[in-house]
Design a binder for this molecule. Structure first.
Ligand SMILES: C[S@@+](CC[C@H](N)C(=O)[O-])C[C@H]1O[C@@H](n2cnc3c(N)ncnc32)[C@H](O)[C@@H]1O
Length: 231
């Protein structure tokens, strides 16, 4: 019997869970209406930088909204999108073509935690709703934070009673449907510890619905990001 990382759809059944049908739906929505409010709020400090980021690494990029919004608004020059789901990577690449961004993007379908060493550092790393899909926080988030030379934009679920209830419901439905996928609420102190260990500090923090949105920066990053705010 293969171990979970060698099973056909890998750790936490990401490829099976984030399938082509949901990818196509999200990609279509992005083309029609742009990035959702959470994603826009998350990348807002990057959109406000005085000069474009040389490169962006969007890990768990889904249909590509975060990095494609940065590219099309002139806030980033190049972007690399990584996702464990083949359906999402295909959808992101197709949207990049439709938006005329294909020559400024590269896409990889793989588990970033297992293949991080092959990626060049980027000025900004983005992880929008990704660590909640992965059991090994230290391995995924630690590797991601290490690849940021300036910023890390991270959204992750809040750990309160109603988000835990949603998580329990998601996991109940998954188990009932015989899926191996599970939703994880990693404790905020642990998230901060992993990122700090990679040399990044939180500079802006807010919440939106079920999500914490945090921008981290290296000490040497351009001083264009507003000081830490909490809400
Ligand atoms: C909830 S979706 C979010 C997609 C997108 N960032 C967004 O906010 O619309 C989470 C995505 O992260 C991807 N993902 C989770 N862990 C990953 C890993 N270790 N390596 C690559 N992709 C991963 C999943 O395949 C999935 O497409």
């Amino acid at each position: 019997m293969p171990c979970s990382c060698c099973a056909p759809s890998g750790i936490n059944d990401l490829d099976g869970t984030f399938d082509a049908a949901s990818a196509a739906k999200e990609a279509k929505r992005f083309l029609k209406r742009g990035a959702v409010r959470r994603t826009l709020r998350l990348i807002r400090p990057l959109l406000a930088l005085p000069t474009p980021l040389d490169s962006v690494l969007d890990i768990g990029c889904g249909a590509g909204a975060a990095h494609q919004e940065l590219l099309r608004r002139g806030a980033a020059k190049l972007a690399v999108g990584v996702d464990a789901s083949a359906g999402y990577i295909t959808a992101a690449a197709q949207n990049a073509t439709v938006l005329g961004l294909r020559e400024r993007t590269l896409y990889h379908q793989l588990d970033f935690a297992l293949h991080a060493a092959q990626f060049e550092p980027a000025a900004a790393v983005i992880m929008d709703r990704v660590i909640c899909c992965y059991p090994d926080l230290g391995r995924l988030l630690g590797a991601a934070a290490e690849r940021s030379t300036c910023f890390l934009a991270l959204s992750f679920p809040r750990n309160n009673w109603w988000v835990r209830l949603i998580g329990t419901a998601i996991n109940g439905f998954s188990a009932f449907g015989r899926s191996r996928y599970r939703f994880f609420i990693h404790p905020e102190p642990e998230v901060l510890r992993v990122v700090r260990a990679a040399g990044l500090l939180p500079v802006e923090s807010s919440t939106l619905g079920a999500w914490h949105l945090v921008i981290f920066a290296r000490a040497a990053a351009p001083a264009a990001v507003p000081p830490l705010q909490s809400s």
